[in-house]
Design a binder for this molecule. Structure first.
Ligand code: IDP
Ligand code: MG
Length: 153
């Protein structure tokens, strides 16, 4: 099954929304394949946000992402990358649809609660960036037959 990477950003950690957001992913039926807390540093963020390093807001984004430890999460499911992006909502919390995580928890284009991989290719690279192989678990819950029809698995 497809895997994707989520980061609970400092805006989620400091504001205390980890439980509520994790519950949304679990109630959707996404399977937790890996999860840990870590402190991000500038070297890693310059790689992770390489597409943004020349933007004027990059120093502010760096500071924001290092403001507290983060929780990184690897979620597994059919079409997990697309499904998690749909649950996440648009980048700017003020423009994200109500019902999405950013739409319900954020008023900001920067402090937007979570990161979610934006493509299958990015997800593969990002999971390897944040997890070693032995931190990703190839397990499947017993109730997986209540999550998918046989031809969806
Ligand atoms: P995404 O997180 O929705 O994939 P990206 O364009 O990849 O959006 O940007 C990565 C992160 O950089 C965003 O989640 C947000 O925290 C921050 N960011 C993006 N655009 C802006 C901006 O215009 N101002 C401030 N921060 C921004
Ligand atoms: Mg992105």
């Amino acid at each position: 099954m497809e895997k994707t990477l989520v980061i609970f950003k400092p805006s989620a950690i400091v504001r205390g929304f980890v439980g509520q957001i994790l519950a949304r992913f679990q109630q959707k039926g996404l399977i937790i394949a890996g999860m840990k807390m870590m402190q991000l540093d500038e070297d890693l963020l310059r790689v992770h946000y390489a597409h943004l390093v020349d933007r004027p807001f990059f120093p502010s984004l760096l500071e924001s992402m290092m403001a507290s430890p983060v929780i990184v999460l690897c979620l597994k499911g059919k079409d997990a990358v697309k499904v998690v992006r749909l649950l996440t909502g648009a980048t700017n919390g003020r423009e994200a649809q109500p019902g999405t995580i950013r739409g319900d928890f954020s008023m900001s284009g920067q402090e937007n609660i979570i990161h979610a991989s934006s493509s299958i290719e990015d997800a593969e690279v990002e999971i390897k960036r944040f997890f070693s192989d032995d931190e990703i678990f190839e397990w499947c819950p017993q109730n997986v037959r209540m999550l998918y029809a046989p031809d969806e698995m």
